[in-house]
Design a protein around this ligand. Structure first.
Ligand code: ZN
Length: 697
């Protein structure tokens, strides 16, 4: 039996047959099956359904479905009988003799199951399709539409989504194919960065040093930044930049227990780093054009400090070691800090001014020596420094720039002020009980009308302003514990007991009222918990301070006002300062004439105005610039750098890395990249403002 006969003919006939019977009578399945058999045309493929429908196009969807189902049903049962017509008739005898009515069946059938069965499957979302499905869909689209239309459609879609950058890009690519190569090159190559998103080497070096980042951390930061389009310089470039932060190696002498730079070379190098292209431009502009020799004033402060409690390293000692192991726990450090660079003419134009004169950050090391802080070592270092500075009071720097040769004549002023009382006493062979400047001892210090004429050159060590408030605080405490008997001497059991009782009460009250811990020895045996911050807090709360100690509140607040005045960066008028100090001193003598004023308080109250007049005023800086604070705060950092930022494979390596790290972190040029936290604009008390050289600043 031929089942694939004239398809078209069969369908036409089937439709005619069904619809001719439809109106009048019932049909049996058998009739249709027979018709199909006779016409040798069973449906074999689902695709044929559309052809059937094309013949019965005028009918409703439901009817189409009905016809289709009918045909399929017969076909299915026919196939089950191995496409054998005889067998089909025998096996499906019962079924084919049932009635079939088109209209009626439409109504009786479950409409959901039968009728609503979608003729066309709903198209699935493209993204949900499998790979093959996607390919089919794309092929359909490609076959059906013009490529130009598809391109336009994409552009239109992006425009509707508001993605105008994409619209621009697509238009460009579709319009001008020649640009494709260029775009591809950009995508293929490692991103080629423009100047703007490359971190300058100096800025990166500054970032690394100021944040104390290790090489490993730096390289990790570099990697992740590169991924997001920011290029940091390679570590090799950083190493080179760090080297330029240091004077030439030729001027560095390293032994197993010292690292020493020639002082004047550090000064020259510091100056070199300060005078960058901007400063040079300024210098040239301000000085008259035809001069090739420009005179400049360069002011810096210098000093030294001893620190102890360093760890002993188990490194092999070489033969050149001059110190005993014992001494290796003590270190003597000397530093300089640039304060001011300005033109040496009537204009006094300032090209550089230290913005944090009390911070350790711009302290440049001159020497690190494992030595005890004693007279020999201190005097030796002091003489080494001063000899070098004095023989180079005026020196020249040659600059070969774009605009030809230029000679800068530098007039050097070094203030030896970064020294604490201990160092000054060692240098001047003075006892700690006496005033450094006039050598007055405790007896003279008790005399309100004493002769305190300054000994020449003894003003140069500054006023030790950091220690002023701490020592004044101690002075007041000493008065407070003796108020019961009002005598300097504490001899005898009775007085000692009274003193100790008062001391205990005062310490407890400080804890209760101001939450301050006073005079508790620190572990390790270095000083007590009475530090600058505790003193500041006590003085700021002058009334509570006076209430606890029973010392006159007027005196306490006057001392505090002087302490503020000498640490400002605004110039003071020596006369006004003197008169305020004199009143304070007389008040002290009036109230507590039985206890000598401590030398550091005396130094500020009596010699402060002389120091302003003779040392700071000629330079044009305030006393605040001469603080010894920077050195005091480096000690912890020194230990940290030695432990974490040096090689330990040999003593000389440790020393070299140590001094280099200090040199790198203090580089003035790198500091430009740091945070510029503008100093808090302080509101000064009226009494302090009245001491200013120019009132109402
Ligand atoms: Zn004195």
């Amino acid at each position: 039996m031929i089942l694939w006969g004239n398809l078209k003919k069969f369908r036409k006939m089937l439709c005619l047959f069904i619809f001719s019977k439809k109106k009048t009578t019932l049909m049996k399945y058998k009739d249709i099956a027979q018709f199909m058999y006779e016409n040798e045309e069973p449906f074999t493929s689902i695709r044929q359904k559309s052809l059937v429908f094309s013949y019965i196009g005028s009918n409703s969807k439901q009817e189409k479905a009905q016809v289709y189902n009918l045909v399929m049903k017969i076909q299915l049962r026919y196939k089950r009988c191995s496409s054998n017509y005889e067998r089909f008739l025998a096996r499906e005898k019962k079924w084919i003799s049932t009635n079939f009515q088109l209209k009626e069946s439409l109504q009786t059938q479950n409409p959901k199951k039968k009728i609503v069965k979608p003729v066309k499957r709903k198209k699935r979302t493209f993204n949900l399709l499998g790979k093959g499905g996607k390919n089919n869909r794309i092929r359909e689209l490609r076959d059906e539409y013009d490529p130009e239309a598809i391109k336009e459609a994409i552009i239109q879609f992006e425009r509707q989504s508001g993605n105008m950058k994409m619209v621009r890009l697509l238009k460009q690519i579709f319009k001008d194919q020649s640009q494709i190569d260029g775009l591809l090159a950009v995508l293929d190559s490692k991103p080629s960065f423009s100047e703007t998103n490359t971190v300058p080497t100096e800025a990166a070096t500054s970032f690394l040093l100021m944040n104390d980042i290790s090489k490993k951390t730096y390289l990790n930061i570099r990697d992740i930044s590169l991924r997001y389009g920011l290029r940091w310089p390679s570590y090799q470039e950083i190493i080179l930049a760090k080297e330029s932060c240091r004077p030439s190696k030729d001027h560095l002498t390293v032994t197993s227990d010292s690292a020493i730079y020639q002082p004047i070379e550090v000064v020259r190098h510091t100056l070199d780093r300060i005078i960058d292209s901007d400063v040079l431009e300024m210098i040239k502009r301000e000085s008259s054009a035809d001069r090739d020799r420009i005179h400049l004033d360069f002011v810096l402060k210098a000093g030294m400090d001893g620190t102890s409690g360093l760890e002993l390293y188990k490194q092999t000692r070489s033969d050149d070691a001059t110190t005993s192991e014992q001494n290796e726990q003590s270190l003597l450090v000397s530093h300089i800090m640039p304060l001011l660079l300005r033109s040496k003419n009537e204009h006094n134009l300032i090209y550089f001014q230290a913005d944090k004169p009390s911070s350790r950050t711009s302290c440049r090391p001159l020497a690190l020596k494992f030595k005890k802080e004693n007279q020999d070592s201190v005097v030796e270092e002091y003489e080494r420094m001063t000899a070098d500075f004095e023989s180079n009071q005026v020196f020249e720097i040659e600059i070969n720039g774009e605009h030809g040769r230029l000679t800068l004549v530098i007039h050097l002023t070094v203030l030896m002020v970064m020294v604490d009382g201990k160092i000054i006493n060692l240098l001047t062979n003075n006892s700690s009980q006496r005033c450094v400047t006039c050598k007055a001892g405790p007896k003279e210090l008790m005399n309100p009308n004493g002769d305190f004429t300054a000994i020449p050159h003894c003003l140069r060590f500054g006023l030790s302003i950091l220690h002023f408030s701490i020592n004044s605080f101690r002075n007041i405490m000493n008065i407070a514990v003796r108020l019961d008997f009002k005598e300097r001497d504490c001899r005898g059991e009775e007085r000692k007991a009274k003193r100790d009782l008062q001391h205990e009460r005062i310490c407890i009250e400080f804890k209760q009222k101001l939450n301050l811990v006073i005079d508790v020895p620190k572990t390790g045996g270095f000083g007590t918990t009475t530090d600058g911050n505790s003193c500041r807090k006590a003085f700021e709360n002058a009334e509570v301070f006076a209430e606890i100690t029973n010392v006159d509140v007027g005196l306490i607040s006057r001392i505090w006002l002087i302490s503020i005045a000498i640490s400002t960066r605004i110039e003071l008028c020596p006369n006004k300062f003197k008169s305020f100090c004199d009143d304070t001193r007389l008040l002290y003598h009036e109230l507590y004439s039985w206890y000598p004023m401590c030398p550091s308080m005396h130094r500020v109250l009596v010699h402060g105005h002389e120091f302003i007049r003779e040392v700071t005023a000629p330079i044009g800086l305030s006393i605040g610039y001469t603080s010894e604070e920077p050195l005091e705060s480096t000690n912890r950092l020194l230990k940290y750098f030695r432990l974490h930022r040096t090689r330990k494979d040999s003593r000389t390596h440790t020393m070299t890395d140590w001094i280099n790290r200090l040199m790198d972190t203090s580089d003035p040029r790198l500091h430009q990249y740091g945070k510029t936290s503008g100093g808090r604009s302080k509101q000064y008390p009226d009494a302090v403002r009245n001491m200013f050289k120019i009132p109402n600043v």
